[in-house]
Design a protein around this ligand. Structure first.
Ligand code: ADP
Ligand code: MG
Length: 729
C-alpha cells in the first residue's frame, strides 16, 4: 500500500488501516470505499428496500419508514465496521460552507451499559438547534426550529470517525434555509423541461440530469508564514504587501513542474478524496506562484457539488498535516492571478446522450442545436442574474483583473459556430420552407461535427464559454458553493426550454412540420440572443464600451449585483419554477448583503489594526534609528559637515515621514468611513457605502503601506513579505 494512503488513513481516522481491505495501490481498488454508494446499498439492502431508495432518488418518492429503518441499520453496520463512532447530518447553510453536529451512536441500555443505536428516524430527519445559522429573517428566534432531511441521492460518507449523511436544511414552515434544497428543485425542473424537449427527438428519453465538472483553484502558503500575517489568517487575503519583484510575469508557472512539497500534499488529499468517492483526476500548477488546480471527472450536479464542498474541507484538513495553509479566497494577492472555480455544465439523458455534444447526422445535430441555442437564449435573458449569483466580496476583487473574466456576462462559442448561427439566422425564410431549403439546411446542420473538429480557438477571457461538448461558466469564484450558480443556470434553462416547447408546439398545432417548427423557433432565439455572443477580448476597455452599446450590464460590485435578486422578473421566474419563493429570495439576498458587509467590516478592522499596531510602530522605530544616527553624525562631525554626511539618512527619514503621514490620515478616514457605513439605515445602504467609500480608502492605504514596506529596514517589517509567502515551497 502506498505510504500516502497508509498515512492518510492513519492520520485522519486515528487508527491502523483496516479499510481499504485490499493492500493495493490501484485507485480503482479502494475508490469510494468510505462512501455508502448505490453499490454498497445493493449489497446491504433487501431488493425491495433497494428499489424503494432508487425510486426516491429518481422520482422523488417517499421512503417507507420500514425501509428507512433497514437502511439505517445497514448503514450503521457498514460504518461501525470502519470504526465509525458518530454520525452527523451534513448540510449546507447559507454561510456558504457546510455544517455538521456529531452525535454518538450509543444510547444507555438501562443496565448501566450502552448499545449502539441508529434507526430510520435518525437517518431521515433531525432537528438541529439551528438558530445561529444565517436565515435572513425567515425564522424569528422563538420559532428557531429547523429540520435537516436526508438527501438519498448523495451517498453518506466517512470523515475521520464520523458518518456524514448529506441532508437539506429547511425551516419548520418548509422554507429552504440552505443551498442544497433549491438546487435539487432546480435540477428537478430542468429535468422535466429538458425531457419534454428531448421527446421531439427520441421518445426513449425519460430523464435528463444536469452535469457539473468543477475546477478548483487554490493557493498554498506555509502555515507559519500564514499565521504571521493577521490579514491572511483573519480575512484570507493580504490587505497590504508590495508585489514581489518576480511575480507571474515570466509565465513560468502554469503547468510547470509541481514543487515536491505541494505534490506530497496533493497525493495525500487525492487519496482521501478517492476513498470517499470523489473522482479527482487532474492536478496542475496555475498561473500565479504557489497556485494550483484540482479537477474531477464530472458527475450529476448535486453529487458533484457535494463532492466539491467535501473536497474544500479536505484541502484545509490535509494542508495542516503538511504545514501548509490552503487559501481558497478569490484574490489573496492583488496583481496576481485570482482563484476561480470554473463550472463545466451540460445536460445528459438516461439514454447516455450529452445534449450539448454535436451529433453525427442532421437529426442529432438538430437536437444539439436546440439545446445549444436555448442555452444562449437563457444566458441572454438572464445575464444579470448570472452575474448576481456569482457575486461576493472576494470575487469583486477577481472579476476583470489579471486573467479573470470581466463582470460583464457574455458567451463565447468559437468563430465557426458563430458563423453557423449567423448562416441559420439568414437562411431560414419566414414563410413555409421549400424542399430545397430544407435540404440545404440539413446539409448546413450536418456539418457541425466537422466544424467543431477544426475549431481550436479557445477564449480564456469569456465568463461563459462553449468548449466543444459543454459550457464552462468561468466567472464562478473559488470559495463559491456551486449549488448557487447551478441552481440559477438550471432554473433559467428550464424556463427557456418551457417557453421554447410552448412555441414549437403551437407551430406544430398550426400544421408546420416538427423540424421546421423547431428551426424557425431556433432562428428567433438566435436573432434575439445575438448581443450575448462575444468572441473578442473580454479584458479590453473596448469591450466595456461595446457591451454598454449592446445593452449588457457591467455590474461592478456585489451590492450592484445583489440588487438584481429584487427585480420582479427574477422573483417571478423562481416562483413560477417552484425553486424559491419571494420570501426565500428576500431572505437569501439579505444574508448575502450582510455577509458582504461583514467581510468588508472585518477587513477594515484588520487593516486599521495592522497599520496602527504594527506598521506605524515599525516605521517609528526606523525613524528613531535614523534620527539617532543623524544626531551622531552632527555631534561627531559638527553641524555643517555632519549634515552633509547624513544627507541620505535625512532623505529616507523624510520619505518615511511623508508616507507615515498619509497612512495615518487615511486610517483615520477609513475609521470614519466605516462608522458612517455602519450607521446607515439598512443593509443595502450599508453595503453600498462599504463598496463606494470604505473599499477605496483601503486601496489608498495599501499604496502608502507598500511604499513604507519599500523604505523600512527589512528586519523591522512586522510581517512576512509576499516574495517570502509566494516562493516558500
Ligand atoms: P479544461 O481545458 O478547461 O481544463 P477539461 O477538458 O480538462 O477542460 O475539462 C474540465 C472539466 O470539464 C472536467 O472536470 C470534466 O470532467 C468536465 N466535463 C467534461 N465533460 C463534461 C460534461 N458533459 N458536463 C459537465 N462537465 C464536463
Ligand atoms: Mg477549464
Amino acid at each position: 500500500m502506498s505510504t500516502y494512503r497508509t498515512k492518510a488513513i492513519e492520520d485522519v481516522m486515528g487508527r491502523a488501516p483496516k479499510f481499504p481491505t485490499t493492500p493495493s495501490n490501484k485507485i480503482s481498488d479502494y475508490f469510494a470505499e468510505n462512501a455508502f454508494t448505490l453499490e454498497s446499498m445493493r449489497e446491504h439492502l433487501t431488493e425491495e428496500a433497494f428499489y424503494n431508495v432508487m425510486d426516491a432518488i429518481e422520482k422523488g418518492d417517499r421512503i417507507d419508514r420500514k425501509v428507512a429503518d433497514q437502511i439505517a441499520s445497514s448503514l450503521k453496520e457498514w460504518a461501525m465496521a470502519r470504526d465509525v463512532t458518530h454520525y452527523t447530518h451534513w448540510f449546507q447553510p447559507l454561510t456558504g460552507s457546510t455544517a455538521e453536529k456529531h452525535d454518538s451512536f450509543i444510547t444507555p441500555d438501562g443496565r448501566g451499559g450502552a448499545i449502539e443505536r441508529f434507526d430510520g428516524s435518525l437517518l431521515v430527519q433531525q432537528e438541529p438547534d439551528a438558530s445561529s445559522f444565517p436565515n435572513g429573517g425567515i425564522r424569528t428566534t422563538f420559532e428557531a426550529r429547523g429540520y435537516t432531511l436526508w438527501d438519498p441521492s448523495s451517498p453518506p460518507f466517512i470523515m475521520g470517525k464520523t458518518l456524514c449523511i448529506p441532508t437539506i436544511f429547511i425551516a419548520y414552515t418548509g422554507q429552504s434555509l440552505d443551498n442544497k434544497a433549491p438546487l435539487l428543485k432546480a435540477l428537478h425542473v430542468v429535468d422535466e423541461a429538458a425531457t419534454a424537449v428531448c421527446q421531439y427527438f427520441d421518445k426513449n428519453v425519460t430523464k435528463v440530469v444536469a452535469t457539473l465538472g468543477w475546477e478548483q483553484e487554490y493557493f498554498l502558503v506555509d502555515k507559519s508564514l500564514y499565521y504571521a500575517r493577521p490579514d491572511l489568517s483573519q480575512t484570507g487575503r493580504v490587505l497590504v504587501g508590495a508585489p514581489p519583484p518576480k511575480g507571474q510575469q515570466l509565465d513560468d508557472n502554469y503547468f510547470g513542474s509541481i514543487p515536491q512539497r505541494a505534490m506530497a500534499f496533493m497525493q495525500d488529499f487525492e487519496c482521501e478524496s478517492h476513498l470517499i468517492g470523489i473522482p479527482v483526476t487532474t492536478r496542475h500548477n496555475e498561473v500565479a506562484p504557489n497556485q494550483f488546480e484540482v479537477a474531477p471527472m464530472f458527475e450529476e450536479a448535486n453529487l458533484a457539488n457535494d463532492h466539491n464542498l467535501i473536497l474544500m474541507d479536505l484541502l484545509e484538513r490535509v494542508a495542516h498535516r503538511h504545514n501548509f495553509h490552503v487559501l481558497l479566497h478569490e484574490k489573496p494577492f492583488a496583481g496576481l492571478n485570482g482563484s476561480g472555480k470554473h463550472n463545466n455544465w451540460s445536460l445528459g439523458t438516461n439514454t447516455g446522450i450529452n445534449l450539448l455534444k454535436p451529433g453525427t447526422n442532421p437529426k442529432t445535430n438538430l437536437r444539439f442545436l436546440t439545446f445549444f441555442v436555448n442555452t444562449l437564449a437563457a444566458i441572454n435573458t438572464h445575464a444579470d442574474l448570472l452575474r448576481a449569483c456569482i457575486s461576493g466580496a472576494g470575487n469583486d476583487h477577481r472579476l476583470g483583473a489579471n486573467e479573470a473574466p470581466p463582470a460583464i456576462i457574455s458567451a463565447f462559442i468559437g468563430t465557426q459556430l458563430n458563423d453557423l448561427l449567423d448562416a441559420l439566422e439568414e437562411n431560414i425564410s419566414a414563410g413555409k420552407m421549400s424542399p430545397d431549403e430544407k435540404t440545404a439546411l440539413k446539409l448546413e446542420i450536418g456539418r457541425i461535427p466537422e466544424v467543431l473538429l477544426d475549431n481550436t480557438d479557445r477564449n480564456r477571457t469569456s465568463p461563459f464559454a462553449f468548449t466543444g461538448n459543454k459550457f464552462e461558466f468561468r466567472a464562478v469564484g473559488s470559495t463559491a458553493n456551486c449549488a448557487v450558480p447551478m441552481m440559477v443556470l438550471n432554473t433559467i434553462m428550464a424556463d427557456q426550454l418551457k417557453v421554447f416547447k410552448v412555441a414549437v408546439d403551437a407551430r406544430i398545432d398550426s400544421g408546420e412540420g416538427k423540424d421546421e417548427a423547431i428551426l424557425k423557433e431556433l432562428q428567433i432565439l438566435i436573432k434575439g440572443s445575438k448581443r450575448i455572443r462575444f468572441e473578442g477580448n473580454g479584458y479590453g476597455e473596448a469591450w466595456v464600451k461595446e457591451a454598454a452599446e449592446r445593452g449588457l450590464s457591467n455590474l461592478m460590485d456585489t451590492p450592484a449585483a445583489l440588487a438584481v435578486w429584487g427585480r420582479k422578473e427574477v422573483v417571478d421566474l423562481f416562483e413560477s419554477m417552484n425553486v424559491l419563493t419571494a420570501e426565500e429570495i428576500a431572505a437569501r439576498t439579505e444574508v448575502d448583503f450582510e455577509t458582504y458587509i461583514m467581510h468588508l467590516q472585518i477587513e477594515a478592522r484588520v487593516l486599521i489594526n495592522m497599520v496602527n499596531t504594527q506598521i506605524i510602530p515599525a516605521v517609528v522605530d526606523c525613524q528613531s534609528d535614523l534620527l539617532a544616527n543623524i544626531e551622531g553624525f552632527l555631534s561627531v562631525f559638527g553641524d555643517s559637515e555632519g549634515e552633509k554626511m547624513a544627507f541620505p539618512q535625512h532623505e529616507v527619514v523624510q520619505d518615511l515621514s511623508e508616507a507615515l503621514n498619509s497612512i495615518h490620515q487615511d486610517v483615520k478616514a477609513l475609521q470614519a468611513a466605516k462608522e458612517e457605513a455602519n450607521s446607515a439605515p439598512n443593509s443595502v445602504a450599508q453595503a453600498q457605502l462599504y463598496a463606494s467609500k470604505v473599499r477605496p480608502i483601503m486601496d489608498v492605504i495599501r499604496v502608502s503601506a507598500d511604499r513604507l514596506e519599500g523604505l523600512c529596514e527589512d528586519g523591522r517589517w512586522p510581517f512576512p513579505k509576499l516574495r517570502e509567502i509566494l516562493f516558500t515551497r
